[in-house]
Structures are given as structure tokens and as C-alpha cells.
Design a protein around this ligand. Sequence first.
Ligand code: SF4
Length: 457
Amino acid sequence: MRYSQLIDDVWNTTLMVSDGVVPEMPAELELQAIWYAGGFGRDFTTTEGKVVRVVQFGEWNRGAGPDFQHVAVEIDGEHFHGSLELDPYAADWENHQHATNPNYRNVILHVSFRKESGEHFIRNDEHRMIPQVVIDEHALSTALNHPRREGAIAQPGRCVAPLRAMTALDIESLLEEACRHRAALKVKRFSSTAEVHGRDAALFQAVAQTLGYRGNSLPMQLLAQRASLKSLREIPDAIEAALFGTAGFLSPDMHEKAEGATRDYLSDLWTDWWKHRSGFESTRAIPWKMHGQRPANHPHRRVATLSILAQHWSGFRKVALARPFSAKKIVDFLAALTHPFWNFHHTLGSKPTPKAIALFGKTQALELIANHLAPIALQEDALFSYEKFAKLRSSTRNEKLRRVAIRLFGSELLAEPWLGSLVHQQALLQIYHDFCLEDVSDCAQCPFPEQLAQWHS
Ligand code: SF4
């Protein structure tokens, strides 16, 4: 059975509690850990008396936005799939301004602790009422006094047993099929954009998406569409200003508040933007995720990298789409990019760093290769085989990969043989996307384990 056929067939922590020491109201993080471990159970009643069952606890979100994503709940027998927010107090929803934040629009359940005096209405920014569960004192103190497993970012799923029963050869062939399936999807997407806007535009958008990881892939793609490569190349001396201005990151008084090199850089950007803004400006702001980002992933820095790449486009294009395909030459080209300001600043307003920082690190270069350039080469370059793709290795694992490792194999340690190569990583991410993220039954109705049992290389 082929992986793509399988997809078609199927569907077109917690904390250790120390003896007896129970804090008055635990920190939010502790409450989340207990919740995620099922320490409060899965059956509740809303403040309106509706019966709630948490079918799937979803994923613990470590970035901006609601605390848990891809959660499935049943409320009075009706099924809901979305995010869940957990706060110590019901009033926190308003206090933290979630009611006006569109990132919280798809929250399907709000969980808080201890009944407070007065009623709290939990609504999203579209004024939809969000069902509330309030966990009482008794349940809280019971949960706090029960030791639990050390917490994890995901829970082992029903695939663990059938995968354990498979031979390494069968797992290898399954992952190869999943990786090939993912590569074909990526090429299809790239070709659709290339057909409409040209190959350069498709490549520019692919790079922008990669730079946007994590949290800003869509905003970066929107930016690359609004400030197209073609329009940028018509103003070679103002590419940085056009991208920062289109992104909405420039304002007239920014440079006046800055000092030294930053002041000069911002002043130049503003002057250039002022000359070209009419060709790029939009009334609709790009929805950047600015919070919860590490300095190296800050949108300012990602936009800077895209602008530097746009300035070196001919060289980049040549190496990225070279035949025969060479991953090493791409990594080397990207590692050699430099910029007098951005080699020493994380954001437009940050202080200079003592040491130079890479603009396009090896991890990002491998992300670009795995997600876009290698799949294209696999299709176009007769000399670039799957076996050559399989030789590319990555020592880093993003959180999604760590989650899928736990879901499928039981732990990161058990998944170790399947985490090192780019093809295995791509395959696991595809399985996660096709099955784990589609499942709303806490594995119970997911068909993948049964399909695994029939899989033979
Ligand atoms: S959702 Fe499906 S694929 Fe994911 S761990 Fe559960 S059974 Fe496996």
C-alpha cells in the first residue's frame, strides 16, 4: 500500500508535587501542566450546566496565543475542535485582553479555578460566548496532592504498539513513502505559484515562508506577495526600505529616538521608504506575531534576511536551482551573506550584539532545502535521487518534530533512529499533519495504527 493511497483511503507533564506543600493558588504554568496530564479529569460541567468531555487535550502551545491548540471537546454531545485557554481566574480573560485579541477567536473552552464572586462573561473578539469550566477548590486540592508523571510536550498515541512491532525495513519504507508524498505536495504548490507568477516569485515566496518559521510563515508570505521580487528589483537601492515599510515596521520618528548606527540606518530606511511607499503601501496590516519569539526569530530580522537575499538574488537563484543540485553550495552561499547592521542587531531597535550573528544559519538553510529546494530537485534533477536526499542530516529538531516522535514512538529516545535525517523528519511531519492533526478522537478513531499493521515494504 502506498502512503498517498493510505491518505486517500482515510480522509480525502506535568509537575511532581512535593509532599504536602500545597500553594495557595499554583502558578498558571503549574495549573496547565496538571491540566495537560489529565490531573483534573476530562469530564466537567460548564457554568451554564452543560456537560463537557475533553476528547483530546491537544498540543501545549509554547508561543503566543491560547494555551492549548488542536483540542477536541464535546459539549452536550456536540463536537468542537479548536483552542483552549486556561487561566487561574475567570477575570484573567478580560484582564489579559483576550476578548479583543483575534488570536483567541477560535477558543472553544475557557478553564479557570475557584468560583469568584460575580459573573464573568467570556467572549471572543467577535462577541461569541465561550463556554466556561470553573474547577472548584476540592478538585484543585485533590489534583495538587496526587503525584503525577513528569510532564511532556505530547502524549504517546495508539501508534506506539504497531510501530514497535514493525521491522526497521518496514518503517524505513513507510517513511520513504510519506516523505515522497510530502515532496510531491510541495512541488505541486511551488509549480502552481510558478505557473501564475513565475519561478522566481515562487522561489522568493518559498524563502519568505521558511524565514517566517515559526509563527510568521503566513505574514512573510503576504509580505513577499505585496512587495514582489519583480517590484523590488526595480528599486535595487531601496529593497530594504520597501520590505520594512511594506511590513509596517517603519515610522517617521523611529530614527529620532535611536542612537548611533541605528539612528543612521533607520533614517536612511525612512528616506528611501518615503520615496517608494506609494508603490507598496496597503491599508491592511500584516498580522505579525511579535510576542513569544526568540530574538533570532524576530520578524524584523527575518524581513532583513529576506531583503538581503533579494539584493543577492541572481547568485542565490543560480545556486538554489543549480543542476546538479548541491545542498552544500546552498548552505555555503547563505552562510556567506553579510550586512553591516544586521550582523550585529536582532531587531530595528535592539542594542548591538558583541559578536556577529549569522543572517541565514545552517538550520534555516536546511529547512529551506528540506521543504522546498530538495523536493524540486527530486523532481527535476535526474542526478538527485531519494538516496542522496536521505544523506542530508540535521541535528536540530523543532517542537513539532519532538511532539510527533512522542506521539508515534512513545518517546524521543525511542524515535531517535528516525529523527536525524531530513527525509525522516519530513516524513514524520507529514504523518503528524495527515493523521495526528486531523484526529479529534484522542487516537480512538484514527485509522493509522490499523493501516500500519498491514504495511509491508
Ligand atoms: S492520532 Fe493517529 S497517527 Fe497520531 S498518534 Fe494517534 S493513532 Fe497515531
